[in-house]
Write a new protein. Structure first.
Length: 143
């Protein structure tokens, strides 16, 4: 497996979505003792692209979300909406999850259980309250 300059595994997937935009799996980064996927310094969840962490269709996994930002940005609960690269409806993956305090170098965190229904690239839009906090792109692998 390839690694990036920080020694983090890197098999990043890169595809064009049905909307013509390039959808690239979000980068992995280190925070504390953990590898995460997302936007370093903004949001991510613990993920190492190992077999045990990967997304597979309709398989629920535990993921710990982490957020970095100012206190006023954390007014509300977490909601995550997912959109598949080939378009179609947006689905609610998580909702009404209260944020916990600092953890693993982040300002806020929340444990979650997530599942996505089919293989391919997905965009996970994370909202805190009514505001989009950021997006994470993930690949759902074939079983």
């Amino acid at each position: 497996m390839k690694t990036d300059d920080q020694g983090v595994p890197s098999n990043r997937e890169h595809k064009k979505a049905s909307d013509g935009q390039d959808w690239q799996e979000s980068p992995l980064f280190k925070s504390g003792d953990f590898t995460m996927i997302g936007q370093e310094g903004r949001l991510g969840f613990i993920y190492s692209d190992r077999e045990v962490d990967r997304f597979y269709p309709n398989q629920t996994q535990k993921y710990m979300w982490h957020f970095w930002g100012d206190d006023q940005e954390f007014d509300g609960e977490l909601k995550v909406m997912a959109t598949h690269e080939n378009g179609g409806e947006t689905i609610t993956v998580l909702e009404d999850l209260p944020l916990g305090g600092p953890n693993n170098g982040a300002d806020r965190h929340v444990p979650s259980n997530m599942s996505l229904p089919k293989s391919g690239m997905w965009k996970l839009d994370a909202y805190i309250g009514d505001k989009l906090f950021g997006s994470v792109y993930v690949k759902v692998h074939e079983k």
